[in-house]
Design a binder for this molecule. Structure first.
Ligand code: UGA
Length: 443
């Protein structure tokens, strides 16, 4: 099938590449000429396992093309995905100007039936706005053309996006008419062959499903972080508690890992946006607000531990930091807990020697001018001359370091583990003091 995708950000690119991989003819449109040029050469601006290979081979096969030409994009596909950004406004609500502008573009250039699909995470009610935007352009042109609006949110995890797209848990399709149902069944048929994972519903329910899923996951994390703070104060070990409750299938093991707070481009933004939507309809979303507050507080926990250990005297100290991205297998630093920590450390007069397997360039871009930051080529280099080690992201290569070497390299042999990736005795055996999250019995 012929498919157009507006926006070559994370969602648009993964969607475009994966749809082309299964045989569709996909045109990805972006206003950024430089980005489009690079993509045409197979240079992918984001780090996502497997994505570059798919883009290269589907481009070579001629099934994936890139363009900056909006008219060409509208004419290309009967299926039009909107996958542009919805950055949060200052008040936390999603800024829909790019989504609406694409909808207008479609209305301006279309000459036959189109299915206009919201793939971006958009507030409940956006479907109506998209419909109105397309229609107003058609009215302006004085033409009558049929189109349908669909909400088809994505549930990709950064670092596993290609795998998630290829083997989805569910495909949510919100629509109020039959014609787009049939077309989208065809689009997604290659992903549904073994069993049909499509769940059809109305547009508003599909829009809310996306927010509810992320908010539920964020709630699980904030809940566990709260339990971890309690465990610390009560002399309990949250890791045992986690296993103890996760074994109940009604709770489950997923997303109950305590840590130094959730980050990324989705949870923080989506929880805030849903809370904002709730305020807009006069509903006091106590739980959603608390989820966000607990997470904000959790991002300060590592600094508090470090500061407490050094009795508030951080000026002139050097902290080795392993892990900068908001989670492993990505170079994304958006809302990463490492940023809160670094900024607090600098504020307190400390220096940071940091290493991350993928996010070094991004850190350079964000904090290149920061005098208190030294970016190191390896995790070992980050330790040299440092007072203490803090682990912020659970990259695989941090999981079993040579602790004797760590102890020898640090001036004060102490490790602060923001992700509970070590067994305490594994660390303390080497004469290191170990602080983790919610492991009161070991601290
Ligand atoms: C999240 C959702 O998991 C995806 O389903 C969704 O499609 C995506 O947002 C989106 O809306 O686009 P993502 O932000 O890539 O995906 O990352 P996650 O793997 O969910 O992790 C988010 C944050 O939660 C990370 O900072 C991670 O360290 C933290 N986390 C996760 C915990 O602290 N504890 C856990 O048990 C799990």
């Amino acid at each position: 099938m012929k498919i157009s995708i507006f926006g070559t950000g994370y969602v648009g690119l993964v969607t475009g590449a994966c749809l082309a991989d299964v045989g569709h003819h996909v045109l990805c449109m972006d206003v950024d000429q430089e980005k489009v040029d690079k993509l045409r050469d197979g240079i992918v601006p984001i780090y996502e396992p497997g994505l570059e290979t798919i883009i290269q081979h589907t481009t070579e096969a001629g099934r994936l093309t890139f363009s900056t030409d909006t008219e060409e994009a509208v004419n290309h596909g009967e299926i039009q995905f909107i996958a542009v950004g919805t950055p949060p406004d200052e008040d936390g609500s999603a800024d829909l100007q790019y989504v609406v502008s694409v909808a207008r573009t479609i209305g301006r250039h279309m000459s036959d039936y189109k299915v206009v699909i919201d793939k971006s995470t958009v507030p409940v009610g956006t479907g109506d706005k998209v419909k109105a935007a397309v229609q107003s352009e058609l009215d302006h042109r004085g033409v009558e053309l049929p189109f349908d609006v669909v909400s088809n949110p994505e549930f990709l995890k950064e670092g596993a996006a290609v795998a998630d797209f290829m083997k989805p848990d569910r495909i949510i399709i919100g629509t109020d008419s039959e014609r787009p149902r049939a077309l989208l069944r065809e689009v997604y048929y290659p992903f549904n062959r073994s069993h049909d994972r499509t769940i059809f519903m109305d547009i508003r329910s599909a829009e809310l499903t996306k927010y509810a899923a992320n908010a539920m996951l964020a709630t699980k994390i904030s809940f566990m972080n709260e339990v971890s703070n309690l465990a610390e104060r009560l002399g309990a070990d949250v890791e045992d508690v986690r296993r103890g409750i996760g074994s109940d299938p009604r709770i489950g093991y997923h997303f109950i890992y305590p840590g130094c707070g959730y980050g990324g481009s989705c949870f923080p933004k989506d929880v805030k946006a849903l809370a904002r939507t709730a305020r807009d309809c006069d509903y006091p979303a106590h739980l959603l607000n608390a989820v966000e507050q607990v997470n904000e507080a959790q991002k300060h926990v590592l600094f508090d531990k470090v500061s407490h250990y050094f009795r508030g005297e951080l000026s002139g100290r050097t902290i080795a930091l392993w892990g900068l991205s908001f989670k492993p297998n990505t170079d994304d630093m958006r809302e990463a807990p490492s940023r809160t920590l670094m900024e607090q450390l600098w504020q307190a007069g400390a220096r940071v020697q940091a290493f991350d397997p993928e996010a070094m360039e991004e850190t350079q871009r964000l904090y290149g001018d920061e005098a208190g930051l030294q970016l190191c080529g390896t995790k070992e280099q980050a330790l040299k001359g440092a007072d203490a080690l803090v682990v912020c992201t659970e990259w695989k290569e941090f999981r079993s370091p040579d602790f004797a070497q760590v102890a020898a390299a640090l001036a004060s042999p102490v490790v602060f583990d923001g992700r509970n990736i070590y067994a305490p005795e594994m660390v303390t055996r080497h004469g290191l003091t170990y602080y983790a999250i919610g492991r009161g019995c070991n601290q």
